[in-house]
Design a protein around this ligand. Structure first.
Ligand SMILES: [Zn+2]
Length: 340
């Protein structure tokens, strides 16, 4: 089959690789119908040391079940399914507590930009979709694999509710879907910090009440002006760089929550009296257990209440994946959908 492989920073190639095969009775093989490139794929695209071999990429996909191990009840060949970007048994104590990304039997996909994927723990990972392979809903359904569930996780971890004011840092797909999620959870003031007009316009469509294009101290000042000087109860940080964390500290209200879902590209940051401790702040977030949210978010996608698939602004074939990376890296494209 064909698959995208990364050979080092800026070097993605589409090559022929062996077809995936069942390795465990709990596995399934899924033929990929739609996959995509994630903002987090851009981190290795910037930093991966050049190697003589390629590394498989991609963790978001919708597909059709091709083969099932003997211990995958509830599915049949041909079912259209979405997988969470982390696989899990969905039965252990962490899974039952809604923290599937800490499942001891779990792990993360990294081979979805391909024609087929081996799905470990398939019964706990795949969710059947009541839609056909030609459904116009496929882009929105694909966001359940990661970006929509991740934005939702940011909002849930920050306890967003109708009495919460919210700042979202970052106008990538996760930030925009954090806006949508905060709106769904009832927040009435949602300030989106981002400076790409096409993206922040989409953010307004998803429910942002204010857009702040300024960054750093000017951006902080602007958010404070919009909130009577106090900052917001919740800050959803969907970037991952240290300056975004610094901005979060600047715009959060005393007693508030900073919820991070951008993968941190730093290991040290202020947590002392002048940052987290003095104002009684809570710092939370992490890899989103999106499997915990798929059942809750699916009905709104199916009935068209929400259209998270609007984050996709370019569709390419699998062989064009290297161009897709370039387009996302240069910010020509917000999020690239791949149709193998
Ligand atoms: Zn588990």
């Amino acid at each position: 089959m064909w698959a995208a492989l990364m050979y080092g920073a800026g070097d993605v190639r589409v090559e022929n690789v062996p077809d995936p095969v069942l390795q465990q009775p709990t596995d399934a093989i899924v033929r990929v119908v739609r996959t995509c490139i994630c903002g987090s794929d851009l981190h290795p695209y910037h930093s991966m040391p050049a190697a003589g071999h390629g590394t498989a990429m991609g963790h978001e996909f919708i597909g059709a079940v091709e083969q099932l191990g003997s211990q995958v009840p509830g599915f049949k060949r041909g079912d259209l399914v979405v997988a969470s970007f982390a696989y899990q048994d969905n039965t252990c104590e962490f899974c039952r507590e809604g923290l599937q990304t800490s499942c001891p039997s779990g792990g993360f996909f990294s081979e979805a930009q391909a024609e087929a994927v081996r799905v470990p723990q398939a019964a706990g990972t795949l969710v059947k979709l009541p839609a056909g392979e030609d459904s116009a809903l496929l882009p929105s359904l694909l966001t359940l694999a990661d970006v929509y569930g991740t934005g939702y996780h940011a909002a849930k971890r920050a306890n967003v509710n109708p009495r919460t004011t919210v700042t979202v840092i970052g106008d990538g797909a996760v930030g925009l879907l954090a806006v949508l999620s905060a709106r769904q959870l009832g927040a009435e003031q949602i300030i989106l910090m981002g400076r790409h007009n096409a993206r922040t316009d989409l953010g307004r469509g998803f429910g942002a009440t204010d857009v702040v294009a300024e960054r750093a101290s000017e951006g902080i000042e602007r958010v404070r002006e919009l909130t009577g000087g106090n900052g917001t109860h919740a800050v959803l940080e969907a970037v991952g760089y240290k300056n975004a964390y610094q901005t979060a500290l600047g715009v959060v209200r005393p007693g508030g929550v900073i919820s991070r879902v951008g993968v941190p590209q730093y290991g040290e940051a202020p947590i002392g009296f002048d940052s987290l401790f003095g104002p009684n702040l809570t710092l939370t977030g992490g890899p989103a257990p999106v499997r915990a949210y798929i059942d809750e978010l699916l009905p709104g996608v199916l009935d068209g209440t929400v259209q998270p698939g609007k984050v996709f602004d370019r569709t390419i074939r699998l062989e064009e994946t290297p161009d897709g990376y370039r387009a996302m890296d240069s910010r020509e494209a917000l999020k690239v959908l791949i149709q193998p």
